[in-house]
Design a protein around this ligand. Structure first.
Ligand SMILES: [Zn+2]
Length: 329
């Protein structure tokens, strides 16, 4: 079973989360492998997507937010797009679009940042949007401060957390064909000053970035964790090995707690809307060519077939669109 473990360092402004995705992750891979047109991922893509999946669960579990968290990399190399979506109940789905060859030992930049145009985006899409409310999106480049190409997803995301949340964060991520796993260590914003001085709190917080000695010590310990250890050891052993000198307060998972699991949010209705978006003319030309329209979900592999009667129904039941909706823009 997939697991999430949250913990605090007693008396220190530092918290941690450790995730181990097993069944939730292998289902992502199995569904992809059984998609005959796409086929299984090349190894480096599999591992990158696994790290992204673990990271998205870590971020969803550490951001107080009721909505879906979408982590995506838009690449300029053979991997055009990699997307992970995690719901507040930790239902998750992930997919990557690969066009062209990926070397068996391809680095992150060789997959998604060949021409320095790769980007990583994190979107927070609220569950119940009020009218006019937009999803929040933050975009980070795949470069470090000295404009060097980043080769670790964990560095890209730590950068994002520092920029957007103003919080020092250390991530260690690893994935193979059985497990997608990660450790997040984060400095907690200073508390206790309360609401008496709102602006002072945030100034004090900014002054602490990179300077909190407790966080720095624990972050260094966390960063000694090796990929192999993260992949093979159980949660208790990892925490003991890294933090045996610290006092940890572990939040035991409660019955009824959300457990990470594979879940796809696709539906026939959504695909209908997509066909509607094509416009009547385009939809009719596909029908004329192939006899029907069949759309497969990239995430779960479910096929949604629409015969000519279904397609006619989609356009009849919608409010009429201008004949060439693309020309309007
Ligand atoms: Zn689906």
């Amino acid at each position: 079973m997939s697991e999430i473990h949250k913990f605090l360092f007693e008396g220190l402004p530092v918290r941690g989360v450790l995730v181990r995705l097993t069944d939730a992750w292998t289902e992502v891979l199995q569904r992809r492998a059984s998609n005959k047109s796409a086929g299984a991922y090349p190894l480096p893509v599999q591992n990158m997507l696994g790290e992204m999946t673990a990271a998205a669960v870590l971020m969803q579990s550490s951001i107080k937010f009721n909505g879906s968290l979408i982590l995506q990399i838009v690449g300029d190399g053979p991997v055009k797009l990699a997307v992970v979506e995690v719901q507040p109940d930790f239902g998750l789905r992930a997919t990557a679009t690969v066009i062209g060859d990926v070397a068996p030992d391809a680095s992150l930049s060789a997959m998604v940042n060949v021409n320095n145009e790769g980007k990583c985006a994190i979107t927070l899409d609220p569950k119940n949007r009020f009218p006019g409310q937009q999803a929040y999106q933050g975009v980070v480049p795949l470069f470090g401060d000295a404009h060097e190409k980043l080769e670790k997803l964990s560095d890209v995301l730590a950068h994002y957390m520092l920029q957007s949340e103003q919080l020092d964060t250390t991530l260690v991520l690893a994935a193979d064909d059985k497990v997608a796993t990660g450790l997040l260590i984060q400095r907690l914003p200073l508390q206790g000053v309360g609401n008496l001085a709102g602006s002072l709190v945030s100034e004090a917080n900014e002054d602490e970035i990179g300077l909190n000695e407790h966080y720095n010590r624990i972050a260094i310990l966390a960063s000694t964790l090796k990929r192999e250890e993260l992949l093979t050891l159980d949660v208790e052993t990892i925490l003991k090995r890294l933090f045996w000198e610290e006092t940890l307060v572990l939040f035991e998972p409660q019955a009824g707690d959300a457990v990470p699991h594979f879940s796809c949010t696709c539906s026939r209705e959504r695909v209908s809307n997509m066909i509607l978006g094509l416009g009547l003319e385009e939809a009719q030309s596909i029908i004329a060519e192939r006899g029907d329209i069949e759309v497969g979900c990239e995430f779960c592999g479910v096929l949604y077939p629409f015969d000519p009667v279904d397609v006619a129904h989609i356009f009849k039941s919608s409010s009429p669109l201008p004949p060439a909706s693309a020309a309007v823009q």
